[in-house]
Write a protein that binds this ligand. Structure first.
Ligand code: SF4
Ligand code: SF4
Length: 182
């Protein structure tokens, strides 16, 4: 033990420092928020409840390619498709078992159409497992509720790669690698 440490031990310097800190903060305002009475806005870019995006005509953007489900490490995305009358793929069911999701965001990054999103909404706890099983209908409603107007555009622009402008139509499919290569 050094002489300095010995003196500190004899005179309880560290304890006195701690007590003085306690005294200094004893009468300051507490920083604790009494949630849920006092709401706390989500941090921008927070990965919360899932939503299925709609295009400007109100149609679901998802084409049922299944990439999001393939990338999902929790394997909690279920997609059921059938062939439509004009031989296009119809997404009959798109479901997410939210209780198994780890909010990694891989599904959002994997989707070539910007069709699946993680909203900033985080207050969706429930006593029922069914409430946390997201069907296609619920996911589309989440889009209306949490991505209305410019909010969704800003969210994609600010927090996701590839960014919104990287999403292209079927002629030049979205791909960061291809975009950079041209
Ligand atoms: S955030 Fe991750 S775990 Fe959750 S559904 Fe998407 S890919 Fe799966
Ligand atoms: S990757 Fe996108 S378009 Fe493909 S199934 Fe998933 S959400 Fe739909």
């Amino acid at each position: 033990m050094t002489v300095g440490n010995l003196i500190k031990s004899i005179f309880f310097i560290e304890i006195l420092k701690g007590l003085s800190l306690t005294l200094r903060t004893l009468f300051t305002r507490p920083v604790t928020r009494r949630y849920p009475k006092v709401e706390r806005p989500a941090q921008p870019g927070f990965r919360g409840l899932h939503a299925l995006a709609k295009d400007e005509t109100g149609r679901m953007k998802c084409v049922g390619c299944g990439l999001c489900g393939a990338y999902c490490p929790s394997q909690c995305i279920y997609i059921y498709t059938t062939e439509g009358d004009d031989h296009t793929k119809e997404v009959d069911r798109y479901e997410i078992e939210v209780l198994r999701c780890i909010y990694c965001g891989f599904c959002v990054e994997a989707c070539p159409f910007g069709a699946i999103s993680l909203s900033e909404h985080y207050e969706y706890s429930s006593y029922s497992r069914d409430d946390l099983y997201m069907t296609k209908q619920k996911l589309l409603e989440n889009w209306d509720n949490y991505f209305a107007g410019q909010k969704g555009i800003r969210y994609y622009h600010d927090f996701w790669r590839p960014k919104l402008e990287d999403f292209r139509g079927s002629e030049e499919q979205a791909s960061i690698g291809r975009r950079n290569a041209t």
